[in-house]
Design a binder for this molecule. Structure first.
Ligand SMILES: [Zn+2]
Length: 192
């Protein structure tokens, strides 16, 4: 093989390798290509500077959504429409409009043994327009604490993924989203 072709081949192989190795970690900012096809992708920036010990879990929760839906991406950066903070209450989200709001990573649930990445992904689910559905089923992300502390599943199910894709599909759902105030309180959990 002529040297130049060998060099090209090695270069391509190297690039390929870099892409594979950099895969999950590199899925941050601008990857709207290839597997996303012609789907219009809406990027939502979040600011987790106030998330204290939950910063990594918040990033993981965002990454899980990025792997789960095609037309919306959660990226740490600015201008942020989503603020994530830690406090000592129960985890909750204030969502004045779709794709925007404040997530409270409440230590109360974490201290009781609830899975922190599941909490982060669940609260992002509210930002993405999903309500609580206290089914008690671990395969449902939006069942939240009703699934119990043994549940460590941080992934939305197919129905939840489809709902978010509809919410950000540019159709009537996104336009008519009136805003919700969501509070994952223990009282609500007990009522369920
Ligand atoms: Zn909730």
């Amino acid at each position: 093989m002529p040297r130049r072709i060998v060099a090209t081949f090695v270069l391509a192989l190297t690039l390929g390798l870099v892409q594979v190795v950099g895969g999950p970690a590199a899925l941050g900012a601008t990857d709207d290509r290839a597997d996303r096809g012609t789907v219009a992708v809406r990027t939502l920036y979040y600011d987790s500077s106030g998330a204290a010990e939950f910063k990594d879990a918040v990033d993981q929760g965002a990454q899980i959504w990025n792997e789960s839906v095609r037309n919306v991406r959660l990226v740490k950066g600015s201008p942020a429409s989503i603020r994530v903070v830690a406090d000592n209450g129960w985890p909750r989200a204030y969502v004045p409009r779709l794709g925007s709001g404040t997530i409270y990573m409440g230590r109360q649930a974490v201290n009781q043994g609830h899975h922190v990445v599941r909490i982060a992904a669940h609260e992002f689910g509210h930002i993405l327009g999903l309500p609580d559905r206290r089914t008690g089923r671990c395969e449902d992300l939006m069942s939240g604490a009703s699934a119990g502390t043994s549940c460590t599943n941080p992934y939305p199910n197919a129905t939840e993924r489809a709902q978010v894709e509809r919410n950000f599909g540019g159709g009537s759902a996104a336009e008519t989203f009136g805003g919700v105030f969501v509070e994952d309180s223990r009282r609500m959990l007990a009522a369920h």
